[in-house]
Design a protein around this ligand. Structure first.
Ligand code: CA
Length: 228
């Protein structure tokens, strides 16, 4: 199995080296950079399996980098663990809402960092194995890896948000999803999502799917489901 790779974005040399050393020792392939700008560029070119991101960086700070990473189709799937100083709780909340997976407050134990990283990567490979399967329903084919929907072999242009909603519903036909669960699934997108905007997304999605739009059923007072 190929080594899993971690990109470390941290300006403080001591912490950068500490994280780098401990992750390499655990068998991860690491790349360490000093600035957010460099980190964003490296994330796009190297496609690491995970990013350790310090929030307090000179130039663009960690939250801005997090936003960029989560908005870019090339990097938005990469899990992020934030490193924060004490007293930055509001930044942590912002970071998590932007789509970061976890955070550690400095000073932290390298052992705890390694354990958190392992958990996130394990959780991710599990989801990917189940969620990356191509779904074929009647005349519709959903390619999660390619973010593509084909109807009778013809590609349908969906926004990323519409795609995520369709994929969420279609991989469990008959299962009802609340608006809150749908909001959770698409969280991390550049669009600010509310319950109401889920309804708007569904209207757009149904329209784009044409006759197949009726597969998405409204469950009154609860949410939506894909017809069994
Ligand atoms: Ca720093």
């Amino acid at each position: 199995m190929a080594k899993e790779s971690v990109l470390i974005i941290e300006d403080e040399e001591d912490i950068r080296e500490l994280v780098n050393y401990n992750l390499s020792k655990e068998g991860y392939q690491t790349t360490a950079v000093e600035s957010g700008e460099e980190g964003f560029k490296t994330a796009k070119s190297k496609q690491p399996n995970l990013i350790v991101l310090d929030l307090m960086l000179p130039g663009m700070d960690g939250l801005e980098i997090c936003k960029l990473l989560k908005a870019d189709p090339k990097t938005q799937h990469i899990p992020i663990v934030m490193l924060t100083a004490k007293g930055e709780e509001s930044d942590v909340v912002t970071g998590l809402e932007l789509g970061a997976d976890d955070y550690l407050t400095k000073p932290f134990s390298p052992k705890v960092l390694v354990a958190r990283i392992r958990t996130i990567l394990r959780r991710k490979s599990k989801t990917e194995a189940g969620d990356d399967a191509v779904l074929a329903i009647n005349e519709m084919t959903i390619h999660p890896g390619r973010h593509e929907v084909l109807i009778k072999g013809k590609q349908t242009e969906l926004t990323l948000t519409e795609f995520k909603i369709l994929h969420l519903l279609a991989r469990r036909p008959g299962w009802v999803f609340t608006r809150y669960q749908i909001v959770n699934e698409i969280r991390g997108d550049e669009v600010l999502v509310t319950d109401r905007s889920v309804d708007v997304q569904i209207v757009g999605l149904r329209r784009k799917l044409g006759p197949h739009g009726k597969n998405i059923e409204t469950v009154r007072g609860v949410g939506y489901r894909f017809k069994e």
